[in-house]
Design a protein around this ligand. Structure first.
Ligand code: ADE
Length: 253
């Protein structure tokens, strides 16, 4: 059984979308993972297949009904399904590399994509849903967030990225941002590459990259830097050591 994603959405046409191309697309063709989408609308009520209603207590927007979402989940989630049921919402816990690693290590995920103001809270509690946000901004729906979550998981599946990257990630898995990269030409628009990179001195290159990674993390991500420093003080390994670091992972092709 390959890694399997089930997506409940009002817009099934959004999937696999970009995940049908590039590395994830090739892995999909090779059967390393699979995806099934279900249109929540088919569980809607009445002639218009309504899925939402106005919020109790008043306020703007519409809320997705618990009975509709509950029946969509019941219809597509087999009893005892070991996969986590994830609801993408800006109210959720922030998605991190270790979540991607946890999901990738299991049999797959079931994703629930909301629209409107969100989902009735009771169905979230009833169904044992894990609420996840991909960042501190509001998207018009959970679908792009689901694509992001899936992409982060898929590149960790065996055989999806090829061998090289994981070793590279592990060697640098310190919760730091990645060092900057350079390639040919050695001089471009009067800009030479940092001379150390042409020196052939691998120790010096490693030290330079490390310093660059630390500096970028300190300046750009004080949150990651503080976490890195406190781990270093405690002599503890990075939480990403098992998984490839947050930001040191090379992106796809
Ligand atoms: N739906 C809307 N905004 C979102 C976000 N930032 N993360 C996850 N799901 C969302």
């Amino acid at each position: 059984m390959s890694w399997h994603a089930t997506v409940l959405t009002l817009f099934p046409e959004m999937f696999p979308g970009p995940l049908g191309l590039s590395l994830a697309g090739r892995a999909l063709e090779e059967g390393r993972w699979s995806i099934e989408t279900h249109d929540i609308r088919t569980h809607g009520l009445g002639r218009h297949r309504n899925v939402d209603d106005t919020p109790f207590g008043g306020g703007a927007g519409m809320v997705m009904r618990p009975d509709v979402i509950g029946s969509a989940i019941a219809a597509h989630r087999p009893a005892g399904d070991p996969r986590p049921l994830v609801y993408l919402t800006p109210r959720g816990r922030l998605f991190r590399q270790e979540d991607a690693a946890r999901f990738a290590a299991g049999p797959g995920v079931m994703l629930l994509c909301g629209r409107y103001e969100g989902l009735d809270q009771r169905v979230i509690e009833e169904a044992g849903v894990e609420e996840i946000s991909i960042g501190d901004y509001v998207l018009s729906g959970g679908e792009p967030a689901a694509l992001v979550l899936l992409d982060a998981c898929l590149r960790l599946l065996p055989g999806v990225m090829g061998g090289e990257t994981s070793a590279e990630e592990e060697s640098f898995a310190d919760g730091l941002l990645e060092y900057p990269h350079y390639t040919r030409p050695a001089e471009w628009n009067d800009r030479p590459v940092p001379p150390v990179l042409l020196s052939g001195d691998h120790g010096a290159i490693r030290a330079w990259r490390r310093a660059q990674a630390e500096e970028a993390t300190r300046l750009r991500r004080p949150d990651l830097w503080a976490a890195h420093l406190s781990r270093r003080m405690a002599g503890r390994p990075s939480p990403q050591d098992m998984t490839g670091s947050v930001a040191t992972a090379s992106a796809g092709p």
